[in-house]
Design a protein around this ligand. Structure first.
Ligand SMILES: Cc1cc2nc3c(=O)[nH]c(=O)nc-3n(C[C@H](O)[C@H](O)[C@H](O)COP(=O)(O)O)c2cc1C
Length: 350
């Protein structure tokens, strides 16, 4: 039976515009079909208790995949979302790429399974779910894709997204693409837990400003989770940072780097001094570490603590030109191309 939706509302979170772009394609299709449609960017301050939808509304959730899961801002938003009678769908944008002429997919992990479970338990009907392999934006681990490749991937994604929309509207329950991935998605689930509880906090502490920073404050103003504080005119990344890459990609001066040196220092310090001494010494006071699980937890918290501690020490030192230069020139991002979804400008990112 073809459902008779009266309105389409898309809630989205985006770092560099991929999820926004996918939502815009759907909105465009909806408008062409004469369906009332709108997009709403989510935030921590969203008064979710004020959200209301009728049972004839189709509600979409669009978000990037981070660490084989959905971005935490969207996860917490879904938890706070009121129980309603509407129908929902999900789309996670992933790290798409190309190998010669073949399109390569990203990996969802639990990015679709988890929100589907949450909303099912809340009593929503689920109309469909699909991963979308938009150009990868993970600039701290690889250079931004070239414009030609970005263009080809975007054209493919646009076609698929528009088709997905029509399948939803026609009640065709488009789940097939996500179902194919389920075995591998479940296999990498432990990694998504590791990223959620540990990895994302460490990544948040590798962002640094370089001497090119002109103190415009755009990074702080545009941060989707208000994670950047300005201290003495310069950006300071707090723990709320979700490493979405927006700041790095919209900075007009390219003055934000992911410091690979800082990451390396933290890892070396962690493994060599003084934690190694704590773990492997025979001091009775540390005998509780003999338990594998306790040792693992201790390790984890020690690592996070080290990252915060080092970041606090290092941040004020960036004011010294020579110090700043060391970190800038040892950051691979200093040499890499940046990424923003095609056709998306800084002003489009709320
Ligand atoms: C910190 C971080 C983690 C990511 N983790 C994954 C991942 O686990 N799987 C994947 O396919 N893509 C991953 N990506 C890539 C993004 O999900 C992908 O580029 C997405 O399209 C970005 O959407 P946005 O521009 O709306 O933020 C990651 C990107 C970042 C910045």
């Amino acid at each position: 039976m073809i459902p008779d939706y009266k309105k389409l509302v898309i809630y989205y979170y985006t770092g560099t515009g991929n999820a926004l772009k996918a939502g815009q394609w759907m909105l465009d299709e909806a408008k062409n079909n004469g369906l009332n449609a709108e997009m709403r960017s989510i935030s921590k301050k969203h008064r979710t208790y004020e959200i209301d939808h009728s049972k004839d509304d189709l509600i979409g959730f669009l978000f990037p995949t981070h660490g084989f899961s959905l971005v935490p801002a969207m996860l917490f938003f879904l938890f706070r979302f009121p129980r309603l009678k509407s129908t929902v769908f999900f789309m996670n944008t992933r790290a798409g790429g190309m190998f010669f002429k073949w399109f390569t997919p990203g990996l969802s992990g639990v990015a679709l399974l988890l929100p589907m479970l949450i909303m099912k338990l809340k009593g929503f009907k689920i109309a469909g779910a699909r991963p979308m392999d938009m150009p990868s934006n993970w600039i701290s681990v690889h250079p931004g894709l070239g414009p030609k490749m970005v263009g080809k991937i975007a054209i493919r994604c646009e076609k698929i997204t528009r088709k997905f929309y029509h399948n939803l509207i026609n009640g065709k329950k488009p789940f097939r693409r996500m179902l194919i991935d389920i075995p591998i998605d479940l296999a990498i689930f432990p990694i998504s837990l590791g990223y959620f509880f540990v990895g994302r906090f460490m990544l948040a502490k590798t962002f640094v400003y370089s001497s090119k920073c002109v103190e415009c404050g755009l990074c702080a103003k545009k941060c989707p989770v208000q994670a950047i504080k300005i201290k003495n005119g310069k950006p300071f990344w707090t723990y709320n940072c979700e490493s979405c890459m927006r700041c790095m990609n919209i900075c007009p001066e390219n003055a934000i780097e992911a410091s690979h040196l800082l990451f390396a220092i933290c890892l070396v310090l962690f493994t060599m001094v003084p934690f190694a001494w704590l773990f492997y010494s025979n001091y009775e006071v540390f005998s509780f570490l003999n338990n594998y699980y306790i040792e693992f937890l201790f390790n984890t918290f020690a690592m996070i603590f080290l990252f915060i501690f080092l970041y606090f020490i290092i941040h004020p030192l960036f004011r010294f030109k020579w110090f700043n230069a060391i970190f800038r020139y040892t950051s691979l991002t200093n040499y890499w191309r940046r990424y923003r979804a095609p056709g998306v400008n800084a002003k489009d990112l709320n």
